[in-house]
Write a protein that binds this ligand. Sequence first.
Ligand SMILES: Cc1cc2nc3c(=O)[nH]c(=O)nc-3n(C[C@H](O)[C@H](O)[C@H](O)COP(=O)(O)O)c2cc1C
Length: 206
Amino acid sequence: MTNLLQIDTSIRTAKSISRLLAKEFVEQWIANNPNNVVTYRDIGQFPIPHVTEAWMDAADSSSDKSTIDTIGELFLSNELVDELLVNDRYLIATPILKFTIPSTLQTYIDLIIRNGLTVGNNEHSSQGLLHNKKLLVIATQRNNYPHDNQDEVVKYFESYLRHIFEHIGVINISFIYACNQSTANMERAFALSDARKAIKGFISDW
Ligand SMILES: Cc1cc2nc3c(=O)[nH]c(=O)nc-3n(C[C@H](O)[C@H](O)[C@H](O)COP(=O)(O)O)c2cc1C
């Protein structure tokens, strides 16, 4: 049995390609092993609030969860961190917006970087505290950036997400892209088909 945390970030719902591909991924992943368990979080429709000064003070004041006011500022942050701790696999479905991640994903990231919980708070070590996790990012985009790691947008998008998740200890990170998702045409259909093939490749081995 493997536990998967599925996170949708798109503000679109029925028209969202990233949501569609993530849903298809999860359906196949469960079909492949019915014992697998999925936890679902929709930060596109139910956005995570921005951190506040009070949140920062609460997060700084204690890295020991047992002493944290769990009905206060850190309640949601603790919940999100717990989800990361109990799940072994993370699936993030996200569009590329303005060459980077959507703000819905940024506010989520702000809440999961927690000293003593996801990042070591030893003064000699800021190593990530999540171990043996895997992250798969399904990313959708309007443009057709070459995915050979030479394109500036792809490099920026990927390196940011890699950096953030490696910071909390997640080093096994993969990306699947669906490009050309602006208007319904052949390019879009081919790109979707490529993304679906890539998804299939992850089902049994991931
Ligand atoms: C505000 C905004 C900014 C966008 N910026 C980019 C971009 O920089 N590069 C790109 O390829 N597509 C961009 N897109 C297109 C989206 O990535 C594309 O429509 C994607 O399919 C949206 O994801 P979804 O289908 O899951 O909602 C942008 C779309 C919006 C609404």
